[in-house]
Design a binder for this molecule. Structure first.
Ligand code: THU
Length: 134
């Protein structure tokens, strides 16, 4: 376990994710998702999924969390968790891994059913902002 990981209150993060999952707008899938993260300034951010009659327009919980990060002043995500309505841990979908990479980078800690891993492990050989500078 990395030293900075010891400071992360994963129980509080999971509990916040569980709470916000109750606000999910999921008339189509009936599959609520809640996400929670800490930013580098200590802010706690949450997000839930918001579905749409145009199914592909659905916003994942991670989208709403990243919007909260940016609208709340920006910063970097340092620790992230995501749960389904039953409280079980979920790993982010492919698109959301890219979102998390943008706003947390390789070192972002992600809680998964297999334990805490880094974003670099969640999204190996990621495409990112630095690739645009070639
Ligand atoms: N969902 C998320 O919110 N995050 C994920 O990482 C996986 C999927 C949502 C989208 C949709 O509302 C529901 O879960 C079923 O796919």
């Amino acid at each position: 376990m990395a030293p900075h990981e010891l400071a992360v209150d994963w129980d509080a993060l999971r509990s916040a994710a569980r709470d916000v999952s109750r606000r999910a707008y999921v008339p189509y899938s009936a599959f609520p998702v809640g996400a929670a993260a800490y930013a580098d300034d200590g802010r706690l951010l949450v997000g839930c999924n918001v579905e749409n009659a145009g199914y592909g327009v659905t916003l994942c919980a991670e989208c709403s969390l990243v919007s909260a990060l940016v609208t709340g002043g920006g910063g970097r995500l340092t620790a992230f968790t995501c749960v389904a309505g039953d409280g079980e841990l979920l790993t982010p979908c492919g698109r959301c891994r890219q979102l998390l990479w943008e706003h947390g980078g390789a070192e972002l800690l992600v809680e998964t059913p297999r334990g805490v891993v880094t974003m670099a492990e969640m999204l190996p050989q990621a495409f990112g902002a630095e690739d645009l500078n070639r």
